[in-house]
Design a binder for this molecule. Structure first.
Ligand code: SAH
Length: 353
């Protein structure tokens, strides 16, 4: 059975067998532009709505919903048809609301400080499984409007290129989210960056750098052994030339590992020719990595040092650390999450759904 958001227009036409073409348009518009569930497609006869809902079920079953930051951050744990689990985070800010989506169940990139990487790779998500995360988060955000989507949840988007791009086209073309509000984050999968540079839509690119020194980055971010920093910089240049979008680097500040004067210099040297903006993220705790995040004073010092060296840098506002929703903490219900702040987590009662 196909999931609702993996169904093409033809699949929907087949389900609505014998109905005039405008019905397919109505359904498509309702599902994507308005983002309503099949049962709320009120311009359709009731029988048609329930037939649609039965034939094309949702792919994401909610397991838990966790709330933090006084309601400004929400995290959902979803179970997929085969039991795989992924998470999605919704963040409200004064000026925008952002959804952080997963593109894979687990991740094969094995960055030692990231909870998703520590848990290993399970499988790719389909286009529909990615898009549905946005649809459901958008529904939960109402009446606030979701303006930004970041591909910064579980997984490496460029290691699931086709489905990530399929989702981007759906978000842009069918849901009306503009390309400059879509950000793809990669650990540095160079062939994916090159391919991204050939696409018509100019989405934002973020690269998880964390070290600007090959010998040490090889250890922290193993993909660096395949695509070292010079090769990565070339691909970033290509992207900039093709798209003219601002490039950003993510840098999780780890105490004594990448927060020294030397690190600031190496990073500034690397970022300057690319005119990249640096997003500093004080390292969030994860079960499999003993080293701590840099202290707040060190974070400020590092930011100021980068600025003095001519590189734009800001500290990313930390969200949802207490519900394991912050950068690098997503691990979809693996043991360590199951014991974290149970008071803030609410199980979803399926019997009433
Ligand atoms: N695989 C992609 C998408 C994930 S984005 C990528 O690596 O870019 C998640 C971001 O959080 C990445 O920048 C990642 O490096 C960062 N991150 C991972 N673990 C972290 C941690 N413990 N603390 C802070 N940031 C972390």
């Amino acid at each position: 059975m196909i999931g609702l958001y993996d169904a093409t227009r033809d699949d929907i036409a087949a389900v609505l067998d014998g109905q005039p073409a405008f019905r397919v348009r109505q359904v498509w518009d309702g599902l994507y532009r308005r983002g309503v569930a099949p049962s709320d497609l009120t311009d359709l006869p009731l029988a048609m709505r329930s037939h649609l809902g039965e034939m094309l079920p949702p792919a994401l079953r909610p397991v838990t919903e966790s709330i933090s930051d006084g309601g400004d951050t929400a995290k959902w744990l979803w179970e997929l048809h085969d039991g795989a689990r992924v998470e999605t985070v919704l963040m409200h800010y004064d000026d925008r609301s952002t959804v952080c989506v997963s593109t894979q169940a687990g991740c094969a990139m094995a960055c030692s400080f990231c909870a998703t990487g520590q848990a290993g790779f399970e499988r790719q998500l389909s286009v529909g499984e990615i898009v549905e995360q946005v649809i459901l988060a958008r529904r939960a955000a109402a009446p606030r409007r979701v303006s930004n989507i970041v591909f910064m949840g579980m997984g490496e988007p460029l290691a699931n290129y086709d489905n990530t791009w399929g989702a981007i086209e759906r978000l842009h073309g069918d849901m009306g989210i503009s390309a400059r509000h879509l950000t793809v984050s990669t650990v540095g999968v160079v062939p994916g960056i090159r391919r991204l540079a050939t696409e018509a839509l100019p989405v934002n690119l973020a690269v998880s750098l964390h070290l600007a020194d090959d010998a040490r980055r090889d250890d922290l971010v193993p993909i660096n052994r395949r695509y070292p920093l010079a090769v990565l910089a070339d691909a970033c240049h290509e992207y900039l030339e093709a798209k003219g979008r601002r490039l950003s680097f993510e840098w999780a500040l780890i105490d004594g590992v990448n927060d020294t004067a030397l690190d600031a210099e190496q990073l500034a040297d690397y970022a300057r020719p690319l005119r990249a903006h640096v997003n500093l993220i004080p390292l969030n705790p994860t079960p499999g990595y003993a080293v701590r995040g840099s202290a707040p004073a060190q974070v400020r010092w590092f930011r100021d040092r980068l600025r003095a060296l001519g590189t734009n840098a800001t500290v990313r506002q930390n969200r949802g650390t207490d519900i394991d929703a912050a950068c690098g903490q997503l691990r979809a219900g693996h043991e360590a999450t199951a014991v974290a702040s149970p008071r803030r987590r609410r199980s979803i009662d399926h019997t009433s759904a």
